[in-house]
Design a protein around this ligand. Structure first.
Ligand code: SF4
Ligand code: SF4
Length: 178
């Protein structure tokens, strides 16, 4: 079982804001558009353990594999409370992309301008450094243009590259706002 360095508290970003585009989720619970709470989220979420299927076999693999940077990226250490996604306006997470056989870090700006704040700059820098050290891809999506652009910050050359690769990553990412 994962050991988390934080609790979610009242944050519900990954279960509300994200667009979950994954077969394991769709097969279990159907569509999960961005901004719509997952039907398995407790109605009055105010503490850790908000997911009603957290410890059950019902929990889809996409949720099992989701690695929230604020919660548990070991390399990032214990981040200050202001880095929590509902406060910072940025969620950064890792999700496995089968076609690439790897889990890129996805950096998603939920509130316009959040990436330009000092917390946003710190998160971008941390992700870049983590990427360089661990040879994983970092993909950024901004709220500025409704989340439809993305930039590759850094990563191994063989993976980063082409517009076609970016287009396919855009289509393939397991969970993101659109
Ligand atoms: S985005 Fe991170 S901190 Fe927020 S609810 Fe999800 S796992 Fe918890
Ligand atoms: S199943 Fe649980 S962890 Fe997954 S989106 Fe729903 S509430 Fe969140």
């Amino acid at each position: 079982m994962k050991k988390y360095v934080h609790k979610c508290g009242s944050c519900t970003v990954c279960c509300v804001d994200l667009h979950i585009r994954d077969k394991s989720y769709a097969d279990a619970f159907g569509e999960k558009p961005p901004g719509v709470p997952c039907t398995k989220l407790k109605a009055h979420a105010s503490s850790h353990g908000m997911c009603t299927v957290w410890d059950s076999d019902e929990k889809p693999s996409v949720c099992r594999d989701f690695s929230c940077g604020y919660m548990d990226y070991e390399g990032f250490g214990r981040l200050a409370p202001g880095f929590r996604p509902d406060r910072s306006g940025i969620v950064f997470y890792s999700a496995f992309v089968e076609e690439y056989g790897m889990a890129p870090i996805i950096l998603l700006e939920l509130k316009m301008g959040a990436l330009q704040t000092s917390v946003g700059n710190t998160i971008s820098l941390m992700c870049s450094e983590y990427s360089a050290k661990n040879r994983v891809l970092v993909v950024t999506r901004t709220a500025e243009d409704d989340g439809h652009s993305e930039r590759v910050l850094s990563g191994p050359r063989r993976v980063v590259a082409t517009a076609e690769m970016n287009r396919r990553l855009y289509l393939l990412k397991g969970s993101q706002k659109s």
